[in-house]
Design a protein around this ligand. Structure first.
Ligand code: CMP
Length: 138
């Protein structure tokens, strides 16, 4: 069993797609091991997006992610990391496969509806940023 961190981003929340997005993960069989609606602070953004500090899109990314609430969740299941990224689709919705969350709900490559961890190392690191042990079930 693997765990992965998913963030539903402010664009998807503004467009009222929280339920639609969670449905994709539930229908794929994933267990929700933790979940909360929260405000991402600049501090949390700088830790979560540490690898992007200094990139051209970093300031815009942080403003977008901190201006409005996000939903953070931990999904659990077999091959969760790769499967959830497949369900999400390519970073830019223009390149995302039909039926993926980003194809259906993302606005563009920056306001792209969801985030998911890209490796086991990232998942462990990112889950610890957003959730304490007592916030996780099972
Ligand atoms: P995510 O997978 O959550 O992690 C990094 C985020 O940076 C990415 O989704 C996008 O929201 C954003 N991002 C990545 N590349 C670009 C880009 N070229 N221009 C703007 N935003 C980007």
């Amino acid at each position: 069993m693997e765990q992965t961190l998913v963030l539903i981003k402010p664009d998807a929340i503004a467009n009222k797609h929280i339920g639609d997005i969670i449905k994709h993960y539930e229908e794929a069989g994933f267990k929700i091991a933790a979940m909360k609606l929260m405000q991402m602070t600049e501090k949390i953004a700088s830790i979560h997006y540490a690898e992007h500090i200094g990139k051209s899109f970093y300031d815009e990314l942080v403003k977008f992610m901190t201006d409005d609430p996000i939903v953070a969740m931990v999904l659990e299941g077999e091959n969760a990391i790769a499967k959830v990224r497949e369900i999400n689709g390519a970073t830019n919705p223009a390149n995302a496969a039909d039926g993926t969350i980003r194809k259906l709900y993302a606005e563009n490559g920056s306001r792209n509806a969801v985030h998911a961890s890209d490796s086991a190392e990232s998942a462990a690191r990112e889950i610890a940023i957003f959730f304490s042990k007592v916030e996780m079930v099972g």
